[in-house]
Design a binder for this molecule. Structure first.
Ligand code: ARG
Length: 412
């Protein structure tokens, strides 16, 4: 039977059901081969089940492992602007080894890596999956796709140096080629930039990048290959165009308005709003090499993005947790929870954004069609975190998580 096949027993003092928000006391989680096979009250365990190797978390509140939908594990947050010219994709992959472990130990058992140079994120994911290094389960985008001079291009040097980003494309056909290349070399997610960005040189956060036809070609190609599409967008028009083209999520969504919210609601588009990172950029960014023009752009984006986050929460659109860690310190992914609560979410909504809703956007499912991550129920991976106290009462407990379990194994 399923129960006797279990190889691991985890006892939870309190177990948070992220669908209902209910806390259930004294629950036993039976695990076999990394996955949950059964959850039942401790008092119903058989003598045989009680003899399985046990992780006793009866003094803790247990919830699903957290998911960050927007990280750059291969980015060093102390190397912004021109400093980044010094590192190769190989160097960035080596940096990512530590970042991956730190991120996992912060309680983030799954992440989407939304862009890396030279497919360093593919190698990082493979090394984790092959058990060589410790890190979260990863969806990876490989090369972020953008127009010449766009947010993912290298705009730091004059023409003489012929510097360019890996993911540059300038027509529907070129966009398809970039998507196909990304998939060929191991990406399982597509990221493109629909507007300028804060941290890129000489791009305008309000200016759209890519035509509707280019975006439509990109989305069609990605969806044909079973990859979700994440669109970076601050400005209104780029955001609208990307939603119209059928992207799965808008990243940043800084200058959204009611029309965007109505479109997102109608299309089921997720918003992934990184409302913590502004504190790092404006507080520590200059020392980390961020360009003066980027600091100026951040002053136009940060506060407004938080106000618009509140509007989005009030409108009830789908939202998933994403931080842009890598721009700021890895392992501090949990700091955004308190900001989301300050800007309009309940603690349960903030937790759902980083579990159930993030997992639904990932749409990563087992053979039975159930979500693999983001909730604790039979069929899902036994990925969980444990905190001392009730995160529904004190969301800041998620900033310093003492116990992390991935696939039934305690990793912290
Ligand atoms: N990677 C993003 C960009 O360069 C970071 C934006 C951060 N700012 C913010 N308020 N979310 O555009």
């Amino acid at each position: 039977s399923i129960a006797t096949a279990a190889d691991q027993l985890i006892l939870a003092g309190q177990l948070l059901d992220v669908q209902s928000g209910e806390l259930k006391s004294n629950q036993a989680i039976l695990v076999a081969d990394q996955r949950i096979v059964n959850i039942l009250p401790v008092r119903q365990l058989s003598a045989e089940q009680r003899s399985i190797p046990t992780l006793d978390l009866s003094g803790y509140t247990v919830l699903p492992g957290l998911i960050d939908m927007h990280v750059h594990l291969t980015s060093n947050p102390q190397q912004h602007g021109y400093r980044r010219l010094n590192s190769t994709p190989a160097r960035q992959a080596i940096f990512g080894v530590t970042a991956a472990e730190v991120t996992l130990k912060a309680g983030f058992t799954s992440v989407r890596n939304v862009g890396a140079a030279g497919f360093a994120d593919v190698d990082l994911r493979n090394a984790i999956d092959e058990g060589e290094i410790q890190g979260p389960r990863m969806r990876v985008a490989g090369h972020s796709i953008c127009i010449t001079g766009g947010h993912c291009d290298n705009n730091l040097l004059p023409h003489t140096y012929a510097a360019r980003g890996f993911g540059v494309a300038n027509s529907p056909d070129e966009v398809r080629t970039r998507v196909r290349e990304n998939m060929k070399y191991g990406a399982n997610l597509i990221k493109f930039t629909a507007t300028g960005g804060v941290l890129s040189r000489n791009t305008d956060v309000n200016a759209s990048q890519f035509s509707l036809a280019e975006m439509q070609a990109l989305v069609a190609e990605a969806h044909d290959r079973g990859a979700k599409v994440a669109a970076h967008a601050h400005g209104l028009h780029g955001m609208k165009r990307a939603i119209e083209a059928g992207v799965d999520s808008i990243e940043h969504a800084s200058f959204l308005n009611d029309e965007v919210l109505a479109m997102a609601a109608e299309r089921g588009t997720y918003l992934v709003m990184d409302i913590y990172v502004s504190d790092f950029i404006l507080g520590e960014g200059e020392a980390a090499g961020i360009l003066p023009e980027s600091l100026e752009k951040e002053r136009q984006v940060g506060q407004l993005q938080r106000e618009n986050f509140r509007r989005a929460v009030a409108a009830g659109v789908k939202m998933a947790y994403g931080t842009d860690a890598g721009v700021y310190t890895h392992g501090q992914n949990g700091r955004q929870f308190a900001y989301m609560v300050d800007w309009g979410m309940t603690p349960l909504q903030a937790i759902q954004s980083a579990t159930l809703h993030a997992a639904t956007l990932l749409d990563w499912r087992n053979e039975q069609g159930q979500l693999n991550v983001g909730l604790l129920e039979p069929g899902a991976y036994a990925d969980m975190v444990a905190v001392e106290g009730n995160p529904l009462q004190n969301i800041r407990l998620l900033e310093a998580i003492p116990i992390v379990v991935k696939g039934g194994q305690r990793v912290k």
